[in-house]
Design a protein around this ligand. Sequence first.
Ligand code: MG
Length: 201
Amino acid sequence: MKIFCVGRNYAAHAKELGNATPEAPVIFMKPATALLKEKYFFLPEFSNNVHYETELVLRIGKNGKAIEEKFAHRYISEISVGIDFTARDLQEKQKQKGLPWEIAKSFDNSAVVGDFLNAKEYNLQKVNFKLMLNGEEKQNGDTANVIFNFNYIIHYISQYFTLQQNDLIFTGTPEGVGQVKAGDKLEGFIEEKKLFEIGIK
Ligand code: MG
């Protein structure tokens, strides 16, 4: 199982981190060991500034390579909401040096994924998702606002990497990212359905 992530796919978020709007999808990966399997996320020793990034997550339903955009929707079996945890302090250092982001993005338990919903029951071009932090809404996104739509992202990724059943794609965060602290409770929603609840330790 591979986890792909799209960076800077919402203009307001790219702007809040001082990045330009990208001309092509920004793709990075997390290994399978990044998937959080518990109900708690333990703040890692190596960072003093771990951020939540709340994202719509796609699950791939069948294998494919060089997928045409017009057929890409057939490869999305399920959707969920997740967190792309990011060690923002490490990421800033890596960015300044022009080095890869993996240590800031792909560490153990950095990928939270909620329960899955059948993709066919949603219009993927208009799905609302949100994050509640300690009962307060911190991020509210709508897939209508993405820079690169999901069909194009699948087409783009599959030119370089064979997509396999159960691969996941984090499709980018809207604005409103922020730091997590010990004792925080994070809840992720698609529309009114709560799909994950995790505690920070
Ligand atoms: Mg992200």
